[in-house]
Structure formats: structure tokens, C-alpha cells
Design a protein around this ligand. Structure first.
Ligand SMILES: NC(=O)C1=CN([C@@H]2O[C@H](COP(=O)(O)OP(=O)(O)OC[C@H]3O[C@@H](n4cnc5c(N)ncnc54)[C@H](OP(=O)(O)O)[C@@H]3O)[C@@H](O)[C@H]2O)C=CC1
Ligand SMILES: N[C@@H](CC=O)C(=O)O
Length: 415
């Protein structure tokens, strides 16, 4: 018995002996028409075998459903770890020269050598999938252009929202709509910290240590607590949403200054604190901000627990769409990487973007009300931009500032 499945750009042959209960031979041959390679399954190298890289290997090696068409044949590790696994090398040139490889998964993190290795892989005609938001936020355009020039794919779903299929759905919305806003909770570690501080009274350092132990935090958790990780994700999301460069000025206020007393004040006023990144676009004007934000206790944001993210887009025909799921952690993030690998294997195209739309960054679009706490006590600051708040915070290291969500108002007898 023989079957032929045609697809684009590969086809797939399968033979069964006909004696399935007693004895069966199945041969699956994938012929990649573009690269003229025949393969039993898509061969993948993982660069960086830490929390996420080993999670990708774990899911693929469990060989369920369609992941049977994927196989991890090479690993890039530190020299000290090479002997641990026969697939491992610490020599990137030797790994990229492997003629059998089809794709590279980059999960080392950081800017260099990740940037160089991704470019080398793309220029070697390999597809690349990465979870590394820091390098994508900086080099998105360069990577996309190199992928197009080499007729391979560069996919990065896992960079933003962990396991949430966010970028894919944002791209889907942008195929039809003019997207006018992306916003939400983009960082699992900071959400975990704020949630633990509020629910259990844990102090900041203890909650951060728990998030690190659970594999949510970056190697250097400064990026999580100071809003830099959210900035990377908001840059990537905004670039896709508005087809603009991710390289824009972005006032970034993190959660380092949030105290147990601030959380209690919010709680006493039926509010919660969440780290929220937002960008808005109005025709050719656009702006973005990241800040701890006061939201009503009954809101979806306030009830976003643990390492979960809640991300939202607004499009002109779809209106508001929200996405909720685990924004950090080994298996959810590895799942997103594997979805990208399967899209490549099955030739599912992603939205093509050039990131070249000219937008004017106008902070006036996000003038609003802030709650300010310093040695003198609490006060509200009306009609203020995030840039103005950042300047005040730089002058007073003991102060903290909270943006008010649009549905929140605070009257003077609250103080
Ligand atoms: N953890 C999470 O929940 C999420 C992480 N990400 C992103 O995924 C990426 C990986 O994160 P994560 O797995 O948590 O980080 P880890 O630190 O756990 O893993 C990174 C691994 O790569 C290794 N590595 C780094 N540089 C090299 C190199 N030059 N050669 C060989 N190995 C190298 C590290 O070794 P060593 O320890 O010796 O430096 C480490 O084993 C990051 O970009 C992160 O931002 C994205 C979404 C969620
Ligand atoms: N450190 C990040 C990991 C996922 O992107 C986070 O906590 O969200």
C-alpha cells in the first residue's frame, strides 16, 4: 500500500506493508523543493541548552502528534558541557556547516553572539526560530531582510507572551485591520512578583527569588524588574502592529520602587498594581510607555495571576481582542517555538512586514494622570507624560509613580 501527499513546497511519501498488526514499515520522505534536500524529518540545532532550549528538546523528543516530523540533531553548548550529549558541540562553525541541518533554534539569550550566530545561520540557508526578544527588538529588520534574501524563514513567536499565540494573532489582525493600539501585561516575572506581594505579603526580593527558581526570570532579572523586557516585547509587537521600526524612544518605568506599603494603599482603595506596556497610534502619530499602573481590583489585569500575561490589541474592524496565558516558563515558551518550527515544516506563511512606515513619536498622545508617592506623602499629578515622570523619578530615588488606568480616578480625600 502506498500513499502520496502533495503539499507546498514539500511532498511526503508513506508506505505501509499491509500487515499493520504483525509487522509494519513506514518510510516518510520529505523533499524540500526549494533546498533540494530529502529528509526523514526536519533536522534542528538548538543554540543554548538552558531552560527554554532543553524544553524544546523535551517536547520534540516526546514525539507526539505532528512533532514526529521534527528531530533535534545538534546542540550548541558551553565547552564544559560538550561531553554530556553526543549531539553537542561548542563550535558554531562546525555546527552550521552540518549539511543535514534544516533549522536553528536560538535560545542563548543576549545580544552577542546571538546576533552573529542568527545572521550566520540565515546566510547559510537555514531557517531560524528564536525566543530571544532582546536581539529581535534590536535587529528585527536586519534578520527579516536576511531571511528574505536567503529564501528562508525567521520566526520569533516565543519572544513575546511566552506560550500565548500573540504575534501570530497580531499579524492576523494586521492583515485586515489598521491596528491602533497594543497593550497589556507582557512580563511573567514582574506579574508574579506583584501578585505574590499582594496575595501573600511576600517582600520584593523573596518573590523575585521564587520567579527565578521557577525559570521565569531572565539571566539578569534587571530586565524583568526595570521594564526592559517589556520594552523589548512592546517594540516587537508595535513594529508588527504598525509596520514601523522597533527602534523608538520608550519611557520605561519598572517595579523596583514598588513597596509593600504601596500595594496596601492600592488594595485599601480597591485597586491593584500591574506593570503595563502600551503603545497607541493615531494616523502618522504614535507613542508608547511602560509603567506600573493602577487598575481596578475587579479588572482582568488585576486578576491576571502568577506568570500569566494579558495582552490586547485594538483594530479598526475587529475592535478589542485580548489574549491570556502563561507568559514565561519552560514548556509554554518551548511550545511557541515548536509552533514556529511546524509552521516552517508545513510551509505556513507568516505576515510579511518591512518595518519601514514613518511614524512621528508624539508623547502628547499619552498625557494622563499619575499617582506620585515621595517623602511628603501621596499626590496626583494631572496631565503629565511618562517622560516627565521619568525625569522626576531620576531626581528622587525613594519616590514611586503609578499611571492611572483610564477607568481609575482618585479624589483628594483618598490621601
Ligand atoms: N525563561 C523564560 O520563561 C523565557 C525566556 N525567553 C528567552 O529565551 C532565551 C533563553 O532563556 P532561558 O532558557 O530562560 O535562559 P537560560 O540562561 O536558562 O539558557 C540559556 C542557555 O544558553 C547558554 N549559552 C549562552 N550563551 C552561549 C554560548 N555563546 N554558547 C553556548 N551556550 C550558550 C547558557 O549557558 P550559561 O548558563 O553557561 O551562560 C544557558 O545554558 C532568552 O533570550 C530569554 O529571554 C523567552 C520567553 C520566556
Ligand atoms: N523573563 C520573561 C520571560 C518571558 O519572556 C518574563 O518573565 O516574562
Amino acid at each position: 500500500m502506498g500513499e502520496i501527499f502533495s503539499g507546498q513546497p514539500s511532498f511526503h511519501l508513506q508506505w505501509h506493508t499491509g500487515y499493520d498488526n504483525l509487522f509494519s514499515i513506514q518510510i516518510q520522505v520529505f523533499i524540500d523543493l526549494k533546498h533540494k534536500k530529502s529528509r526523514i524529518a526536519m533536522k534542528i540545532a538548538i543554540l543554548g541548552y538552558g531552560t527554554i532550549g532543553s524544553g524544546v528538546d523535551k517536547i520534540i523528543s516526546s514525539q507526539t502528534n505532528q512533532t514526529k516530523t521534527l528531530t533535534v540533531t545538534r546542540l550548541l553548548t558551553r565547552p564544559a558541557d560538550v561531553a554530556v550529549d553526543p549531539r553537542a558541540t561548542s563550535d558554531i562553525a562546525e555546527l552550521l556547516a552540518d549539511p543535514d541541518l534544516d533549522a536553528v533554534v536560538e535560545t542563548m539569550g543576549g545580544i552577542e553572539p546571538a546576533h552573529t550566530y542568527i545572521m550566520q545561520a540565515l546566510n547559510a540557508g537555514l531557517h531560524v526560530v528564536t525566543a530571544n526578544k532582546a536581539v529581535v527588538a534590536r535587529y528585527l529588520r536586519e534578520f527579516s531582510e536576511a531571511a528574505a534574501a536567503n529564501q528562508v524563514h525567521f520566526y520569533y513567536e516565543a519572544t513575546t507572551g511566552g506560550g500565548i499565540p500573540w504575534l501570530k494573532n497580531l499579524e492576523n489582525a494586521a492583515r485586515v485591520d489598521d491596528v491602533s493600539s497594543v497593550s497589556g501585561i507582557f512580563n511573567g516575572t514582574s506579574n508574579y512578583i506583584l501578585d505574590q506581594m499582594s496575595k501573600t505579603g511576600a517582600d520584593f526580593e523573596d518573590a523575585l527569588a521564587q520567579a527565578q527558581a521557577l525559570g521565569y526570570a531572565e539571566k539578569d532579572p534587571t530586565a524583568d524588574v526595570d521594564g526592559i523586557d517589556v520594552a523589548n516585547k512592546l517594540r516587537i509587537s508595535s513594529a508588527i502592529a504598525y509596520n514601523a521600526s522597533p527602534d523608538f524612544a520608550l519611557p520605561t518605568i519598572g517595579i523596583r520602587h514598588v513597596t509593600a506599603a504601596d500595594i496596601k494603599w492600592a488594595d485599601d482603595h480597591d485597586l491593584a498594581i500591574r506593570l503595563i506596556g502600551s503603545s497607541v497610534r493615531d494616523h502618522h502619530r504614535f507613542t508608547a510607555v511602560i509603567a506600573p499602573t493602577l487598575v481596578p481590583k475587579h479588572s482582568l489585569e488585576a486578576n491576571c495571576p502568577d506568570n500569566f500575561n494579558l495582552i490586547r490589541l485594538v483594530g479598526d474592524t475587529i475592535g478589542e481582542l485580548q489574549f491570556f496565558g502563561q507568559g514565561a516558563g519552560q514548556l509554554p515558551t518551548a511550545h511557541a517555538i515548536i509552533q514556529d518550527l511546524l509552521d516552517i515544516d508545513q510551509n505556513v506563511p507568516h505576515l510579511s512586514r518591512h518595518f519601514n512606515r514613518d511614524l512621528f513619536n508624539d508623547a502628547e498622545l499619552m498625557r494622563g494622570t499619575w499617582l506620585w508617592r515621595d517623602a511628603e506623602g501621596w499626590q496626583t499629578l494631572e496631565n503629565t507624560t511618562a517622560g516627565e515622570i521619568s525625569v522626576r523619578l531620576a531626581r528622587d530615588s525613594q519616590a514611586s509613580a503609578y499611571r492611572l488606568a483610564s477607568e481609575v480616578s482618585i479624589d483628594d480625600d483618598s490621601f
